[in-house]
Write a protein that binds this ligand. Structure first.
Ligand code: PLP
Length: 360
């Protein structure tokens, strides 16, 4: 079988150029006579990789000098605990907007450490929209406000950030990382797992404003203390070296395409193809309010469970894989991250047209 178009929510497709480069460098990375997989994280060669990767990320995302970039492990889920341990350190209050399961999990974890409050939620309509808030909804003395920027399961995204006034804003950007420009200065911290848009699984990137560090609770496990990782340039312990290296290749790929403005343009073109089709289809229907639609994750249904299952089966046979929706939404979901070529989305739309003709 040739390569498929993989619409998985993550881990997901990587750019073919990146995979080829990684394959070509597998046995001998830049004349070192070894694979990055085999290399000491204390070696000069790896030091070059992680440093140039951080520089590239700073350049692409326009990250100011007063923010630390940390390359960690443990996934986004580990940060659900690390965030309260590091930042619930003033009033012990944190306010949450619940836009899906990931925000809810972050909230549940924070509740174990302090006064976590749900300020708004879209659970009433299966998280199919982004709830509106104003600055007065948040507790003035909250240590931070927490949001999940792009909701992988439900396919919603914040087009406009909540106004939190002076309260630091923390966002999970796992499923929209590097998909378009993001003004980092609007946040106290953004973070995400790399396995959707950036790299294979195993790497979590944290971008955090320096002045927020240094006040972690005493009970904070060393490995969850951001200050420790910042002080050690993400080399306190062995980092996920190979994933960090693939991440560097992906960042180079994004830069070669023209950076995040270009990435946004490409992602908008892909998403438009799919949403336009959904808006005109008599069989398929998008599940999200139009104004909150994600560029990255597109859930859709036929309204008939048997037909949905047939669609998933037949699309898989046609080389369009992992289109089954999350169990909490049902139906289908196409995740069309940076590395999904427009040809993949065209192939999906053509398949949907054909399926509609045969089953509509
Ligand atoms: C938005 C979001 N946050 C958090 C997670 C959990 O990430 P991890 O598996 O890296 O812990 C996911 C996983 O899909 C996600 O989509």
């Amino acid at each position: 079988m040739g390569r498929v178009y993989n619409f998985s929510a993550g881990p997901s497709m990587l750019p073919e150029e990146v995979l080829k480069k990684a394959a070509a460098e597998m046995l001998d990375y830049e004349g070192s006579g070894q694979s990055v997989m085999e290399m000491s994280h204390r070696s000069k060669v790896f030091d070059g990789i992680i440093k140039s990767e951080e520089a590239l990320l700073r350049e692409l995302m326009n990250i100011p000098d007063n923010y630390k970039v940390l390359f960690l492990q443990g996934g986004a889920s580990t940060q659900f605990a690390a965030i309260p341990l590091n930042f619930m350190n003033g009033s012990n209050k944190a306010d949450f907007i619940i836009t899906g399961q990931w925000a809810k999990k972050a909230y549940s974890e924070a509740k174990r450490y302090g006064d976590a409050k749900v300020v708004a939620s879209s659970e009433d309509e299966t998280y199919s929209y982004i709830p509106k808030t104003t600055s007065s909804d948040f507790r003035e003395d909250a240590d931070y406000v927490y949001v999940c920027l792009n909701n992988t399961i439900y396919g919603t995204v914040y087009k406009e950030l909540p106004d939190t006034g002076k309260i630091p804003l923390i966002a999970d950007i796992s499923s929209c990382f590097l998909s378009e420009p993001l003004d980092v200065t609007k946040f106290a911290m953004v973070y995400g797992g790399a396995q959707k848009n950036i790299a294979p699984s195993g790497l979590t990137i944290v971008i955090v404003r320096e002045d927020l560090l240094g006040n972690a609770r005493d009970i904070t496990p060393t490995m969850l203390n951001y200050q420790i990782h910042a002080d050690n340039n993400s080399l306190y312990n062995t980092p996920p070296c190979y994933t960090i290296y693939v991440c560097k290749l992906v960042l180079e790929w994004i830069k070669s395409l023209g950076g995040l403005e270009k990435m946004k343009e490409l992602n908008e073109a892909k998403a438009k193809l799919l949403y336009d089709f959904l808006d005109n289809s008599k069989l398929f229907k998008g599940t999200v309010r139009k104004e909150d639609r994600s560029l990255m994750n597109v859930p859709f249904v036929t309204g008939n469970d048997e037909l949905d299952a047939k669609f998933v089966k037949e699309s898989t046979e046609a080389g369009l894989v992992n289109l089954k929706g999350h169990r909490s939404v049902g139906g289908m979901r196409a995740s069309i991250y940076n590395a999904m070529p427009i040809e993949g989305v065209k192939a999906l739309v053509e398949f949907m047209e054909k399926f509609e003709k045969e089953n509509g």
